[in-house]
Design a protein around this ligand. Structure first.
Ligand SMILES: NC(=O)C1=CN([C@@H]2O[C@H](COP(=O)(O)OP(=O)(O)OC[C@H]3O[C@@H](n4cnc5c(N)ncnc54)[C@H](OP(=O)(O)O)[C@@H]3O)[C@@H](O)[C@H]2O)C=CC1
Ligand SMILES: O=C(CO)COP(=O)(O)O
Length: 298
């Protein structure tokens, strides 16, 4: 029987880490926009010909990348990005739906800093797909140090993964303003309720927010300087300009653009999202101190 072929698309922090992980059990190819001198780096076409693809490019780039590059030939796909498209307010599964049948696609969620995965440190991830068969096929590709779970709650995973990035910015601001651990824990706990409310509106299973995809990833990201989004918050609290912060970061911080998407969606659907709204306002120039005071006052 022909050995199944697998490739990672996007050699940023997360793509490289997933490539490392997936190379433990089988040969795994990798490609990216910029050529890299790394083992098993191939051109895009060779990667697209693989049976299994793991796509790790920023959420805001996905639509144009798919339009320009992707032809569906029956590939099974795992989406590793976490964000909501700001220009349309569409979730990633809605964007992919124009290119890939739902039963051929899954979404990775859960607490997983790339920097730890690439060291082979243990973590647990959820593969979210309407197809359990797709989960089973990908599960065997992951190494022992990554425990995988199955969930059919695609929208719950998507909302949780995207929303926690915005909340991590808020938490970084709280830390940068030295408001204390009480305030930070309150913000994170209220953030969890907020993203659950937002997700429920779009059909998510509320319990997803209490597991790895929700609380797991939120607690990780909103409490560590390893998070790029958290560091954006720290920078904003220290009166740094957003462009300067993002330039220094040199990597994607999805929460910035996702806060725009959430602000628009919550307005359109009349959902109460106070923390995400304040992050949006801070990104658009509101003083972080005023914002946090507005959020935490009686
Ligand atoms: N880092 C982490 O710990 C985790 C990240 N994620 C998510 O994974 C996604 C990617 O994050 P990460 O890898 O860390 O980000 P990085 O900023 O490290 O890398 C993003 C990569 O995407 C590629 N890229 C950017 N724009 C385009 C485009 N228009 N077309 C094709 N490729 C493009 C770039 O490739 P090139 O350099 O070749 O130009 C770049 O290396 C994000 O949604 C993030 O939230 C999820 C879990 C963990
Ligand atoms: O999603 C992540 C960990 O699960 C990474 O978060 P940052 O993008 O904020 O670094």
């Amino acid at each position: 029987m022909k050995e199944k072929s697998i490739a990672v698309i996007g050699a940023g922090k997360w793509g490289l880490s997933l490539h490392f992980a997936l190379s433990q059990r089988q040969k795994c190819l990798i490609t990216s926009r910029t050529k890299r001198d790394i083992k098993n780096f191939v051109d895009l076409q060779t990667a697209l010909d693989c049976d299994y693809l793991v796509i790790a490019i920023p959420a805001q780039e996905i639509r144009s990348w798919l339009k320009e590059n992707f032809v569906f030939k029956g590939q099974k796909i795992l989406v590793a990005s976490k964000g909501i498209e700001a220009s349309s307010g569409q979730f990633l599964n809605e964007i992919y739906a124009d290119f890939v049948p739902d039963e051929n696609i899954g979404f990775i969620s859960g607490p997983s800093f790339a920097a730890e995965v690439i060291k082979g440190l243990p973590c647990a991830l959820v593969i979210n797909s309407i197809s359990k068969k797709l989960y089973v096929e990908f599960e065997v590709c992951f190494p022992d140090f990554i425990k995988t779970y199955y969930s059919s709650d695609v929208i719950g995973a998507e909302v949780a993964g995207a929303y926690k990035n915005v909340l991590a910015i808020a938490s970084g601001i709280c830390e940068g303003l030295n408001l204390g651990k009480n305030a930070q824990a309150s913000l994170i706990a209220r953030g969890l309720v907020e993203m659950q409310r937002f997700g429920k509106h779009f059909g998510a299973d509320e319990s997803s927010f209490l597991g790895l995809s929700g609380a797991g990833d939120l607690f990780l990201t909103a409490s560590s300087t390893m998070s790029r989004n958290f560091r954006v918050g720290l920078g904003l609290a220290n009166d740094k300009n957003l462009d300067e912060i993002l330039k220094e970061l040199g990597e994607v911080a999805e929460g910035v653009k996702t806060s725009i998407a959430i602000k628009e969606l919550s307005k359109k659907h009349n959902i109460y999202t106070p923390i995400a709204n304040e992050v949006y306002h801070i990104i658009n120039g509101k003083n972080p101190k005023d914002s946090l005071r507005d959020l935490l006052k009686n």
